[in-house]
Design a protein around this ligand. Structure first.
Ligand code: CA
Length: 290
């Protein structure tokens, strides 16, 4: 049938989309630089952050995503408030739990990760960069203190469960953790970077060493702890608590290149190979840096 009007053409296009199962957004088989990414195994969303040349989790890892790895995990509750909802951020995980999860997800999605891409925790330095969004902001929401209700993350405001102090004049409506989609979105499109849960970070890109927790949580009220630069180095990352979770990034694994060791030098006749007293000998790592 020949359709002459634009609306008719659109209608037929919609019908074709319905009958053929077409989707407005193409299914992405592999991560492409400059485009956002969704983990095939979990549906977890990642935002391309050009300043870091890598993808950063749009949200902290949620309970339903963590339970794909450990089905028995419970994030519990606090004073009768549920922490265990499907889309609330996972808590009661420590640094090692987070590293194991990143490795598990890398294995699960591995067939669709080109090159040496892998999931890992952000370094503390990377975390600071996507918290400050390129403008050196003092707090994740900006530079004003205290934050205005509704213009910052999920912290311990007047609504907070627990009888400790509040962020002055603040009320975000969430007594404990909120679902990750409701925690505040920063200018780079990342949710909950400040507040909701403390996020585990590493000291370097190999993800093997704990550095600190970043960002504050639903239970946080202290002005200093809410700063973009604050680092909480609590018990070496071994503790699990109702305010501690994590976020993943997707980035190339570091390539460690080392120069070949120089050939041994034969000492001249009559010259001892022992180092001269008082002369500092270079250590091995210094040789590799040259
Ligand atoms: Ca709150």
């Amino acid at each position: 049938m020949k359709v002459r009007t634009l609306s008719g053409l659109i209608s037929i296009g919609l019908l074709l989309a319905v009958f053929t199962g077409m989707s407005a957004a193409p299914v992405q088989a592999r991560p492409v630089e400059g485009e956002d990414w969704k983990s095939p195994a979990t549906g977890m969303e990642f935002v391309w952050i050009d300043a870091l040349r890598m993808w950063v989790g749009k949200y902290p890892v949620a309970n339903n995503e963590y339970r794909r790895f450990k089905p028995e995990h419970s994030s519990g509750d606090f004073m009768g408030h549920d922490l265990n909802g499907e889309r609330q951020p996972v808590v009661f995980v420590n640094f090692n739990d987070a590293v194991e999860y990143a490795d598990w997800l890398t294995d699960r999605d591995g067939g669709q990760l080109p090159g040496n891409l892998r999931y890992r925790l952000p370094t503390s330095k990377e975390w600071g960069k996507f918290a400050q969004c390129g403008d050196g902001r003092e707090y994740p929401w900006g530079n004003e203190w205290p934050p205005r209700s509704g213009s910052a993350g999920n912290y311990h405001g007047a609504e907070g469960a627990g009888d400790w102090d509040n962020v002055p004049g603040y009320d975000d409506g969430f007594a404990v953790t909120c679902i990750v989609e409701r925690s505040w979105r920063n200018p780079w499109g990342l949710f909950g970077v400040g507040g909701n849960v403390w996020e585990a970070t590493t000291s370097d890109r190999d993800s093997m060493l704990f550095k600190c927790w970043r960002g504050g949580a639903w239970s946080s009220h202290n002005q200093n702890q809410l700063r973009s630069t604050f680092r909480l180095a609590l018990h070496g990352g071994r503790n699990r608590g109702n305010s501690f979770g994590f976020r993943l990034v997707l980035a190339p694994a570091p390539v460690i290149e080392r120069a070949p060791a120089p050939p041994p030098v034969e000492p001249e006749k009559g010259v001892t190979a022992e180092p001269e007293k008082g002369v500092r000998q270079p250590v091995e790592d210094e040789a590799y840096q040259k």
